[in-house]
Design a protein around this ligand. Structure first.
Ligand code: FNR
Length: 184
């Protein structure tokens, strides 16, 4: 039995997000029998540890259950100020608690970063990997996925315009699914 149901968590809420476009492209490439599903994180209230004792925002429970139901997670993120955007870190924190009940535990992960500059989100990619290591999420090491100048790869409507990059992303998805199948 292999992985069937993979969550896509994107670190940008922007309507025309290039990172969302990468997620949509991967979703469209999913092989038969595997579903990729983008997860909403923009509705999550900022995490406050008091919630673990005093009751939590209504959206936390369904989000944690959704994450728990996935066989693996693909993170696709821009870099904000050389690190992970706050909205993504917040989602990670929300589903990591209450202590001892992390929804992320053991789920095989893929990290993709992109940017509109040459830097390709390296800082965000590796800050994210640091959290995933702590959260006990085995994470694909190779190929590393840093997408530079992403505006040359997807257009404003999210359509692929660079076939070579599309081929790379397809190969990445295949490598990740192979990796994830070894970890479930
Ligand atoms: C950025 N951007 C950016 N790019 C980069 O390569 N390194 C960085 O540290 C930052 N920092 C940063 C901070 C903030 C607050 C914003 C809004 C943007 C630019 C970023 O790569 C660009 O806006 C992308 O288009 C964001 O990804 P989405 O929204 O297209 O997915």
């Amino acid at each position: 039995m292999g992985v069937k149901n993979i969550g896509i968590v994107v670190g940008s809420l922007r309507k025309g997000s290039f990172n969302k476009a990468i997620g949509q492209y991967l979703k469209d490439q999913a092989p038969e029998g595997v579903t990729l599903e983008a997860v909403e994180i923009g509705n999550l209230s900022l995490y406050n540890q008091d919630y673990d004792e005093s009751g939590e925002p209504a959206e936390y429970g369904p989000f944690r259950e959704k994450i728990k139901a996935f066989d693996g997670i693909i993170f696709i993120t821009p870099e904000y100020n050389r690190s992970v955007p706050g909205v993504l870190k917040n989602a990670i924190d929300v589903a990591s608690r209450p202590y001892g009940h992390s929804a992320w535990d053991g789920k095989p992960a893929l990290v993709i970063s992109s940017s509109i500059s040459n830097q390709s989100g390296f800082g965000a990619n590796h800050h994210l990997r640091q959290s995933l290591a702590y959260l006990n999420m085995p994470t694909l090491a190779q190929p590393e996925v840093y997408i530079a100048n992403v505006q040359n790869i997807f257009d404003e409507d999210g359509a692929l315009k660079n076939e070579e990059s599309g081929k790379f992303l397809k190969d990445v998805l295949a490598a990740y699914l192979d990796f994830a199948n070894k970890h479930v």
